[in-house]
Design a protein around this ligand. Sequence first.
Ligand SMILES: Cc1cc2nc3c(=O)[nH]c(=O)nc-3n(C[C@H](O)[C@H](O)[C@H](O)COP(=O)(O)OP(=O)(O)OC[C@H]3O[C@@H](n4cnc5c(N)ncnc54)[C@H](O)[C@@H]3O)c2cc1C
Ligand SMILES: NC(=O)c1ccc[n+]([C@@H]2O[C@H](COP(=O)([O-])OP(=O)(O)OC[C@H]3O[C@@H](n4cnc5c(N)ncnc54)[C@H](OP(=O)(O)O)[C@@H]3O)[C@@H](O)[C@H]2O)c1
Length: 508
Amino acid sequence: MTHVVTQSCCNDASCVQACPVNCIHPTPDEPDFHTAEMLYVDPRACVDCGACVTACPVGAIVPHRRLEGAQLPFLEINADFYRDRSRDGLPVLAPVPPRLKVRARPTPPRVAIVGSGPAAMYAADEVLTVPGARVDVYEKLPAPYGLARAGVAPDHQGTRRVTRQFDTIAAQPGFHLHTGVEVGRDVTHGELLRHHHAVVYAVGASADRRLTVPGAEAAVPATEFTAWYNGHPDHAHRAFDLSHRRAVVIGNGNVALDVARVLTADPDRLAATDISPAALAALRGSRIEEVWVVGRRGPAHSAFTLPELVGLANAPDVAVSVPAADLDLTGADETSHSLRHKLRLLRELAGRDAAGARRRVVLRYLLAPQRLTGDGVDFARTALEARDGAVHAVPTGEVEHVEAGLVLASIGYRALPVPGLPFDEASGTVPHTAGRVTDADAAYVTGWIKRGPTGFIGTNKSCARETVATLVRDYNEGLLTEPAADVAELEALLRSRRPDAVLGAAYA
Ligand SMILES: Cc1cc2nc3c(=O)[nH]c(=O)nc-3n(C[C@H](O)[C@H](O)[C@H](O)COP(=O)(O)OP(=O)(O)OC[C@H]3O[C@@H](n4cnc5c(N)ncnc54)[C@H](O)[C@@H]3O)c2cc1C
Ligand SMILES: NC(=O)c1ccc[n+]([C@@H]2O[C@H](COP(=O)([O-])OP(=O)(O)OC[C@H]3O[C@@H](n4cnc5c(N)ncnc54)[C@H](OP(=O)(O)O)[C@@H]3O)[C@@H](O)[C@H]2O)c1
């Protein structure tokens, strides 16, 4: 018997620390942790104790004999990760990160955190390991937890469970949540610093990367569509044209798969989730039967991750297929465990006949958007060319017109500049060293504003740990000025500026 990591692993490594026999890898200190698409249980070493099941915040670990049909592929995916790996030299327990050491100063660390998404919550948790520390989290929306609430797809209720872990963090002494407060509009960096030693910006990447081809303004950004079905206050009122047979999603990352799944799911199944009621009503009236998810490069460069592809391929409501002609494997490094499994599954999907199915997702490759035409998209057929260590899509001159009533652009997110902080336009991030913002007073960054818009919920945990370690080092070295005034004074100021804000709320 063994346990198995399945769909919707959030990579936060809680399971790694809980395991008494160090059988879950990669661990955060191993080089492949930061690129791993999920974590894996070694069936040769698992002692079936279930400690990982309790520790996993998103319910992604299942005992072997309880795996359901759609989860069965993960048994082989977990085992195969260890096929050529030796356990020699592995420590008995996974290394535990060192505890923060704090030098006594007149006031224990008092930290303002801007944003309340995963990066903010993990940073708060880390700061609160320091005795007497205080954290004030300022969130512009009425409800906390960022994309863990407003991004994660409603049919991924297991992943949404991470918000319970955030509730536990928020329930700790020293944690204070202020919702309805936008830093930069309602309060400045300088004002926050009068009351705190430091400000950690965990503001995420709220804008979308823009498609620039002619007619692109007709495409619906996936940022807005996902926010709509999750009931985000800025997008809940939107209406999208679901009256045609086909929708096209440009880009093939995990967000593109989320959108394709939601558009093709049986509305009765979505009704059992916390999807926005307005979106559910619209999806009940939808005529969409087929969603094409289109990548400009080849299958080996699919931006979606293995667990998400397995989830889609086994979704109950939909038939998934790939045209065999699109399976150009140029640049495929099949020594990569997750890529090998992804390509195996894509080849299998290429053999499936989805023609008669009521709802279909078609994964297309080698098509770069050339222009939106009003009735769909003209795609330039591409060929793959390996150059400068990367594989590029080069137009062949052939054009494929794809008719579609709804075109979504799911080509990634992008951060907006933070008032008062430097901003690197090329990467869309705030320049920093180990989390400390370059040329700024007591400012730190964590999460997507620090690393760019990539990675899972749990990736933000090690990211936040690095930032808080830097902050505490600066505190110990006396680089952070003692707060001049009490936080109560700041709350009075905010109350006068934002009477509708909810200040100091205990959220859990
Ligand atoms: C559509 C979508 C679905 C996803 N699904 C999954 C999934 O299923 N599993 C998974 O592991 N990962 C998923 N991810 C990735 C995951 O959500 C991110 O890794 C994570 O949310 C990034 O955390 P963050 O805290 O940096 O940013 P965010 O989660 O975006 O949080 C930023 C917060 O800052 C607030 N804010 C911004 N500016 C200000 C300001 N000036 N003042 C006050 N507050 C402010 C925002 O309102 C927001 O609450 C998904 C991402 C997207 C886009
Ligand atoms: N369940 C989950 O775990 C989950 C769910 C959702 C999101 N997330 C994470 O959130 C992050 C963001 O995801 P994402 O899907 O928004 O972005 P992403 O993973 O960066 O994917 C972006 C996609 O857009 C394509 N693209 C970019 N510019 C383009 C252009 N001009 N024309 C055509 N295609 C273009 C990219 O193709 P190229 O590769 O060719 O550039 C790629 O296919 C990812 O790290 C993702 O894993 C995780």
